[in-house]
Design a protein around this ligand. Structure first.
Ligand SMILES: C[S@@+](CC[C@H](N)C(=O)[O-])C[C@H]1O[C@@H](n2cnc3c(N)ncnc32)[C@H](O)[C@@H]1O
Length: 189
């Protein structure tokens, strides 16, 4: 069994959540970021595919869709479940190289299900710099945060980092139907 829960027990510093995002949070992630018109969409840390399932029906017919998952077992299972996605097993911190290797100069939309709160500051910064570099000008980045984290130093720092990188940063309403409740940061390059 390779559920998020069992993987969390084995690798808490990589998984960072006991259960997958709810459908409500996954839908909120796809809103207001131009998903329907994007030529290239990237998802970081798809895990069991909770957000992937809501991305795919919203994609333009000829849009490219790339996902980057660190865990080889998860990546393999995503390949079987989502033939529409090109699944790369690797680290989000290598996003610029992964895009180059995929002949994709940049993405119009990047969504992240990565567990920022458990990442060391240096890894957070590396990944965010790669996200910014990999986004087209005017492109959108969406990522979620659990509400209890926003008053913690790491959560405050993460928000400031987003605000220092992106032209616009806004927050969705809180999604209460998620364990724990969460909201989405929508950022525009
Ligand atoms: C909390 S799970 C989120 C799963 C799913 N996106 C969701 O919202 O339910 C985080 C996922 O990010 C993956 N991950 C962690 N570090 C990563 C990295 N550096 N690059 C790519 N994926 C990573 C983990 O293996 C895990 O599958």
């Amino acid at each position: 069994m390779n559920s998020l829960f069992t993987r969390f027990l084995r690798h808490p510093g990589q998984v960072g959540a006991l259960c997958p995002s709810s459908r409500s949070l996954a839908i909120e992630m796809t809103r207001g970021i131009g998903m329907e018109t994007a030529r290239t969409v990237v998802e970081l840390g798809p895990g069991t595919g909770a957000i992937t399932s809501e991305i795919i029906p919203r994609l333009r017919e000829n849009a490219g869709f790339l996902t980057v998952e660190l865990d080889p077992g998860m990546a393999e299972s995503l390949r079987g479940r989502f033939p529409r996605a090109r699944v790369v097993c690797g680290s989000a911190s290598d996003l610029p190289d992964i895009l180059k290797a995929s002949d994709t100069p940049c993405a119009d939309v990047i969504l992240s299900g990565l567990p920022w709160a458990v990442f060391p500051t240096q890894l957070q910064d590396e990944i965010l710099d790669g996200v910014f570099a990999g986004l087209a000008s005017g492109g959108a980045f969406a990522t979620f945060a659990y509400i209890q984290g926003v008053i913690l130093p790491g959560g405050i720092r993460f928000r400031r980092r987003l605000e220092s990188l992106f032209r616009e940063v806004s927050c969705s309403p809180i999604v209460w139907r998620n364990l724990p409740p969460a909201f989405v940061y929508r950022c525009r390059k």
